[in-house]
Design a protein around this ligand. Structure first.
Ligand SMILES: [Cu+2]
Length: 155
């Protein structure tokens, strides 16, 4: 019986000490909290570094180039097959009238040149083409009806 009672009084001081150590540890952690701003900025720097490869991955698909040549009154492209993707379209006006280029999908204009293009000048259109049918046309006057309309298949 005596042997069973003895251990208990020994445990209590040990528990008290453990709690005291825990309290000290908590205090130390709290004190470290003030210095966590420096380690926080370190984490931010690491995050910025890790984002660099991600942005590189996003730019892995550079815009494909396409040239649309316009005349009075026609539109022609320098490519017959257009795989889906981002495009930087150069619009060259070889005509004597002002022209522009509008990209239409399902009856909705999705991209266009920034204003009209004077004779001998060129413009650009940035557009993402999805698989399907598009129409490239000139929106100036009655040019579309006069032939400045081109159906384009994107695959
Ligand atoms: Cu035109």
């Amino acid at each position: 019986m005596h042997h069973r009672i003895d251990p208990a009084p020994r445990l209590l001081p040990r528990l008290a000490r453990s709690l005291a150590v825990l309290a000290l540890g908590m205090a130390a952690l709290t004190a470290c909290g003030g210095g966590s701003s420096s380690s926080g900025s370190g984490n931010a720097a690491a995050t910025t570094t890790s984002e660099a490869p991600a942005s590189t991955g996003a730019s892995q698909s550079p815009a494909q180039t396409l040239t649309a040549t316009e005349a009075d009154f026609s539109i022609s492209l320098d490519k017959n097959t257009l795989p889906a993707g981002d495009y930087a379209i150069t619009v060259v006006n070889n005509g004597r009238a002002n022209h522009d280029l509008v990209v239409e999908q399902n009856g909705n204009d999705v991209a266009r040149t920034d204003g009209k293009i004077a004779p001998g000048k060129s413009g650009t259109v940035a557009v993402t083409l999805e698989p399907g049918t598009y129409v490239f046309y000139c929106s100036i006057g009655n040019h579309r009806a006069m032939g400045m309309e081109l159906t384009v298949q994107v695959t």
